[in-house]
Structures are given as structure tokens and as C-alpha cells.
Ligand binder design. Sequence first.
Ligand code: ASP
Ligand code: MG
Length: 472
Amino acid sequence: MSLVVMKFGGTSVEDPTAINRTASIVAGRVAAGKQTVVVVSAMAKVTDLLLRAAGSAAQGDRTGALAISSRLRARHRDTACALVKTPASASALCNHIEEEFDSLDEILRGLAAILELTPRISDLIVSYGERLSSRMIAAAFVEREIQAAHVDSRTVIITDSQFQKAAPIDALIEKRAEEHLRPLLKDGKVVVMGGFIGSNEEGITTTLGRGGSDFTGALVGGALTADAIEIWTDVDGIMTSDPRVCPDALRVKVISFEEAAELAYFGAKVLHPATILPAVKKSIPVYVLNSRNPSNEGTRIISVAPHCKSPFKSIAVKKKLSIIDVVASRMLMTHGYLKAIFDIFDKHQCPVDMVSTSEVSVSLTVDSNDKLPLIAADLSKLADVNYEGKKALVCLVGEDIRGQSGMAAQVFSAIKHVNVRMISQGASEINMSFMIEEDDADEAVRSLHAAFFKDPDPSIFDVDARKAIVSN
Ligand code: ASP
Ligand code: MG
């Protein structure tokens, strides 16, 4: 019997309408005879609000923190009432919600007295989002005659103790999944659990980092060796470029894990890169699907992508970047020099995206951030430093550029009119990136899209959708 892990993000569970839509998607999988695990995020915006409540409490604003909590309590209570009508289950669920918020309020009051927010307490506070949403959704499923069983993710997702970005311990997760999930699935139950949260071996609550519910989905899928992992979101899948910038963007029907991972860095809205790893290890296909358009096939992410006639699968853009030029004629390339430069970025905990060097200079790109003046001041002890913001990185990804000659010439002739600052082709050989002015980015993407997706391969791209638009 095939096993599917379905992950639904915040917008797929944001209100009773969305939760009903989610329930009917799940009911469809169950009717198709699948063993099903459902992993849910907190309702949309709840994670941000919980963090804000924690921040306010830690600053001594007890009233502000409790006001946020009280609005969240009302939202969960109202949603629960709209979804669950059977008196016994409705009162059990509502009591549970009240108890959870009572305990949250107690923590917030304590925090407002102690005035110190540790990562451990932050994880405890933020965990309420997924704890509440998963309980409520499990009850809503039961109300709709889906045989759902709620499991507290903290009993299964065992992690180390790096609060706010805990690393999963695969062997323990596998053991717990066999103990706590497998029997329920064999018994025909739909397991419902919260994403993002876990616990360390002592049972203290941890989280996997923002956006971590996708990761939970993949971890559970990996632990149970699922046949598929479905990431349900509010877009039709991975596209050839951002449809808001490029109206004739096409859905990519199938893409390799490696390509998706390259793109994930640019489009975290669709998929978190780490999501993919537990699935890759076991070659489990991951589908990105749209809960507002469930009949759409979405994007299938698999270990080895089939051959594609077009060199690229997608064009991504990352804006709000800065470029830093470090110029030193005397010292450059003496040994230890690059290390000295990178040590400075390390000291300021600033990740570097792209690096290019010449005899006398090193250029680096980073996300624009307020530490740049400090970093530049430190760097200027070693060399002359210049930095400039408002840059964008354009990245073309495709397995079929491996070993192809003349690719760069084609790319740059498509954007002849644009001034290119930095070029890089990663060791993975499946991505070509270059840096330009942010103001030129949208136009560059449209020109590249027009050049490389004129005659898209119908086995890889959803060309039917484009035909439908043209004939309308
Ligand atoms: N609720 C968490 C967040 O907003 C995790 C997730 O939704 O993936 O970051
Ligand atoms: Mg997400």
C-alpha cells in the first residue's frame, strides 16, 4: 500500500475555508487507498505573531504581549467553532485551546518579569502555533469522517539542542516514527502532526528554523520511506520564472533535486533547500502542489531529471544584494589573505554568496544588511574597500548546460544592453549566475525568458497552459 506525506503550509490552513479545502484534498488521497500522514504549519501569520508577543513580553510590555495572545486565542476559538460542531468533540477541542492559551499566557507573564528571552523559551512560545493548528485540524478531519489521529510532533521529531535551528537526529526519528506512526497508519488512521517543532532527547521543545514545516514533511517521509512527499502551497509549482515579472512563465512539470536545490536559495517561498535532503537520500519524489488548484499536477522533483531540449529549467532572481570590492595591490594572493577577508565576514556572521577574484581584487556579494559599514571598516584595515547596494543576482538553472559550450555567449547576447558586474558558474555546473543593477533585473529576466523559452520542451514544461491562454 503506498504511503504519502502531505505537508500543508500556513495559507492552506489559514481559516475554516482553507482547512475545509485541505480536508477534501486529504479525503481524496485516503479514498485512493493511500496511507497518509498530514503535516501542517501554524495558521498563516501565527508564528510571526507569537514571536512578536515573545519580543514584547521580554521588553516588559506585558499588556501588549497578552493582547496578541488574546487575539490569537479568539482566532483559534472561532476557527474551531466553525469547523467542529459535534458537541462532545467541540467542547474537548475548545477546552484544549483554552488550556493551551492559559499556559502560553503564563509563560508570557513570566517572561515580562524576567525580561530575558532565551532561544529555548522562544522555541517553546513559537511551538504553540503548530501544536494548536495540528490539534484543530485533526478534529476537523474527524468531523468530516476522516479517521484522523493527532500525534504531537515532539514525540517523533527528535533533534539536538540547538534551539531555533535544531538539527534532526535521523536514527531516533526513524525509531520514533516506527513506534508512534507506523501502527496508526497500519490501522488505517490518517496521522496529523505539526511541522517545524520537535524536541531534544530530554523532551525540551525545539524548532527546525523558520519555514521548517517542509523539512518536517521530508523528515517524516524519509523516516517512513514514503512513496511520495507532497508540499501543498498556494502556487502551481516551480515556474520557469516569477509570473509577476514574466507573464508567460510556464510551470515546470519535472525537475531534478539538484536543480530544485539551486532554485530554492532564490525562491524560499516555494521550497526550503534542506527540505529536499531527507527525500534525496532515499530517492523519494517530492511534489509541489497548489491547494487552491488541486487538480493541477504541480512540479515533480526527482533524483535524476529526464533529458530536456532547453538548456535551462528556470530563471531566478535574488534582489537586495550588495557587492563589496576589496582591492590591495601589494598583499593580494599572499598566503592567508583570503582567510583574513573571510574571517571578517565570519566575525560579523554575514554569509557570502558569490566570490570572484582577480590579481589585485576580490569581489564578494552578500544580502544587503546593516552590518555592512562595520564589515567595511574592518576590511579597510587590510585593503581599499568599496561597497554598493541595490544589486540583483540572476541565476539560470538547468542540468542540460553541463558541458555545453557557447552557453555563456547565448546568455549574454540575450542581455547585451545590460551592464553585468560579476559572473559565476558554480562547481555543480548546473547554474550560471551574474550580478546586475537591481533596476535592470526584471527586464533582464524577460529578455532571457524570451530567448530560452521560445520553444519549450512539452515533456518538461506545461505548454498546454500557454496554448490555453493564447487561444482564449
Ligand atoms: N510556522 C513556521 C514558520 O512560519 C514553520 C512553517 O510554516 O514552515 O516559519
Ligand atoms: Mg513555508
